[in-house]
Design a binder for this molecule. Structure first.
Ligand SMILES: *Cc1c(COP(=O)(O)O)cnc(C)c1O
Length: 423
C-alpha cells in the first residue's frame, strides 16, 4: 500500500491564493463513502447507531455530513454537548460518555435528553442528587482490568486505565439503578485504542455480550444497547492495511448470533462511538517549507507546528508526509521536519527519508482528520489554523477560519491593556 494525498500540487497552488498555509483540508467524498460503508456494515442490526466522537473532530460542517448517514454525537463535555445541540442533535441522538464529570455537565446532558453513560459507580448517587431522580435510560462504562489480549498479542492495558467500573461494580451498579427506577440499560467499553485489525470489535463484542447476558440474568436489568465505543484504528504508515468495516460488521454479527440471540436478547441495539475511523484518513495538514537548516542534522522548517497537529510531539506518532509535486521522486534525503515552537519535540518527522525538499514546497501531512486540529492549543502564542472542505465537485469551502490575534487576546478583555493592543 502507499499513501496518496487527495489534493494535488496544482489544487493547493490555487487554494493558497485564498487560504494561506497552514490549514487542514478534508475530503468530503472520502467522508461520505466511509460513513455509508459503516452504515451498511451494521445494517443487519436494526437499532445500530454510530455516535461520532465529537472530540476527534468538532467541526459542525463535518459532523453534519455524518448526520446524513444516521450518525449521532458522542460528547465528553458541556461545550461538545452545546455544539451537538447547535447542529440539531437532541435526545437519544447524543451519547454523553464523559469521566470525572462536573455536576453542571450532567445537568446539561439531562436537559438535552442525552443518554448518560456513567464512568463510575459513585456517579449513580451523584447524578441522582443533581437531577432529583435517575433518567429512565442509563449506561455504564465497563473496565475488566488486566490486559486486553487477542490472538495477535496484547492490544492495550485496561488495568492501568482510569476509566470504567470493575466487573463486580457493574453488577452492583445495575442492581442499584434498577432499584432507583431505571428501565432501559446500556453497556459501554473502550478497551483498546487505534486497533488496526478486524478482530477488535468482534472480540470486545463477545466479552460485552456475555457480560450483558449475565447482567440481565442476575440483576433483571433490561439491556437495550451495547456500545462498542471507539478504538477502530487506521494505518498511519504507508505499509499498513486498513481495517475493513464490512468484515468487522460481519464479525460482530457472528458473535451476536452466537451469544445474544440464543439468550433471547436478539433485539439489543449495537452502538459505536468511532472517531478516528470516521474522519482520520479524510483530513490532511498542508504546510509550506519555509526554511532549510544544515547543522548536526538536516532540518526542514515548515509553517505549521505542533499547535496544528500534536500527535507526533505528544506520542511520537508517525504521520506520513508527501511532498507535493515530488510524489514519484526518490526519497534520497533524511530530514527532521520541524515546526517553530520552542520545544525540541515540535517535529512532524524525525530521520524521515524524503525527496529533496526546496523552500516553497508544499508538504501534505496525512491522516490528520481525527485528533488533529481538535488537539490544538496556543503555546508560544501560535494561532490555530483554518479548516477547509474539499467538496465532491472539487470546490473548496472554508469551514473554520484561522484564529486571529483578537481571538488569542479575547480572554484578556477584562484588562486595561486589551484596549491598547492594535489589532
Ligand atoms: C476518544 C473516545 C472515542 C473515540 O475514539 P477513536 O479512537 O477516535 O475511535 C469514543 N468514545 C470515547 C468515550 C472516547 O473517549
Amino acid at each position: 500500500m502507499s499513501k496518496t494525498p487527495f489534493v494535488t500540487k496544482e489544487q493547493i497552488e490555487e487554494i493558497v491564493k485564498t487560504y494561506p498555509t497552514p490549514f487542514h483540508i478534508y475530503d468530503e467524498k472520502g467522508i461520505r463513502e466511509n460513513a455509508q460503508a459503516v452504515k451498511e456494515a451494521f445494517a443487519w442490526n436494526p437499532g445500530f447507531k454510530e455516535y461520532f466522537a465529537v472530540k476527534a473532530n468538532p467541526n459542525p460542517v463535518l459532523i453534519s455530513i455524518l448526520r446524513e448517514y444516521g450518525c449521532g454525537c458522542d460528547c465528553s463535555s458541556k461545550t461538545e454537548l452545546m455544539l451537538s445541540e447547535a447542529i440539531g442533535a437532541v435526545g437519544s441522538e447524543i451519547m454523553f460518555s464523559s469521566n470525572d464529570t462536573p455536576a453542571e455537565e450532567y445537568a446539561y446532558a439531562a436537559k438535552l435528553g442525552a443518554i448518560i453513560n456513567l464512568d463510575d459507580i459513585t456517579h449513580i448517587p451523584f447524578v441522582e442528587e443533581i437531577l432529583g431522580e435517575l433518567p429512565k435510560t442509563m449506561s455504564c462504562r465497563y473496565n475488566p482490568g488486566g490486559i486486553f489480549q487477542m490472538s495477535n498479542g496484547i492490544m492495550d492495558n485496561p488495568g492501568d486505565s482510569k476509566y470504567g467500573l470493575t466487573t463486580e461494580q457493574m453488577f452492583e451498579a445495575y442492581r442499584q439503578m434498577k432499584e432507583k427506577g431505571v428501565e432501559n440499560f446500556g453497556i459501554h467499553a473502550f478497551l483498546a485504542s487505534n486497533t488496526v485489525t478486524n478482530e477488535y470489535y468482534p472480540t470486545l463484542a463477545k466479552q460485552l455480550f456475555e457480560l450483558a447476558v449475565q447482567l440481565e440474568k442476575e440483576t433483571g436489568a433490561d439491556i437495550k444497547f451495547i456500545n462498542l465505543s471507539g478504538g477502530v484504528g487506521i494505518p498511519y504508515t504507508p505499509d499498513g492495511t486498513p481495517n475493513d468495516i464490512r468484515v468487522i460488521g460481519e464479525g460482530v454479527r457472528k458473535v451476536y448470533e452466537e451469544v445474544l440471540v440464543p439468550a433471547g436478547m436478539g433485539d439489543v441495539a449495537i452502538f459505536t462511538e468511532m472517531g478516528r475511523f470516521m474522519m482520520g484518513p479524510y483530513g490532511q495538514l498542508v504546510t509550506k517549507a519555509i526554511h532549510e537548516k544544515h547543522t548536526h542534522k538536516e532540518y526542514i522548517g515548515v509553517d505549521a507546528c505542533a499547535v496544528n497537529l500534536m500527535r507526533p510531539a505528544m506520542y511520537g506518532a508517525y504521520h506520513h508526509i508527501t511532498v507535493l509535486g515530488k510524489e514519484d521522486a526518490p526519497c534520497t534525503q533524511m530530514y527532521d521536519v520541524t515546526g517553530s515552537l520552542c520545544e525540541n519535540n515540535d517535529k512532524f518527522a524525525v530521520d524521515r527519508m524524503l525527496p529533496v525538499i526546496d523552500k516553497g514546497d508544499y508538504l501534505v501531512i496525512h491522516d490528520t482528520g481525527a485528533h488533529g486540529y481538535a488537539m490544538g492549543y496556543n503555546y508560544n502564542g501560535k494561532l490555530k489554523s483554518a479548516e477547509l472542505l474539499l467538496k465532491e465537485d472539487g470546490s473548496v469551502d472554508l469551514i473554520r477560519r484561522a484564529e486571529k490575534p483578537e481571538d488569542y487576546f479575547a480572554t484578556l478583555d477584562c484588562l486595561p491593556v486589551y484596549n491598547k493592543i492594535d489589532f
